[in-house]
Design a binder for this molecule. Structure first.
Ligand SMILES: [Zn+2]
Length: 118
């Protein structure tokens, strides 16, 4: 099994279908992902934040903090998380046009509008 935090499937809770869209060993990462979703207006639920003590009895990844959203929000939530993950990767860059120093999450220069050279 190849591990990807994004493609886990399905948990049923009552009549409501929720999907796990994110999990990580670090609560900080999951809390950050939760903030990203909340900022985008996607309701989400953080689980397993107190399960660390159960480690050793459960498969390790099952004890990791996890983030769930409604089934209907899954694709949107995944796209937001993927974009956020891409945005935090990489280094700051410098605009070829005006020399402005830019954070990696910007795809074009906010000062002059030039697209980032790839
Ligand atoms: Zn510029």
């Amino acid at each position: 099994m190849t591990f990807s935090p994004f493609w886990d499937r399905c948990a049923l809770r009552g009549e409501r279908i929720v999907k796990r869209v994110f999990r990580a060993s670090s609560l900080l990462s999951v809390a950050h992902a939760r903030n990203v979703l909340i900022a985008a207006g996607v309701p989400c639920e953080l689980r397993n934040i107190h399960l660390a003590g159960a480690m050793g009895e459960l498969p390790m990844m099952e004890t990791w903090p996890q983030l769930y959203v409604d089934d209907a929000d899954e694709q949107y939530a995944l796209s937001i998380l993927a974009r956020a993950a891409a945005a935090t990767a990489g280094d700051p860059w410098t605009c070829e046009e005006c020399g402005e120093r830019l954070e990696p999450q910007f795809t074009s220069c906010w000062a002059c509008g030039r697209e980032r050279a790839r």
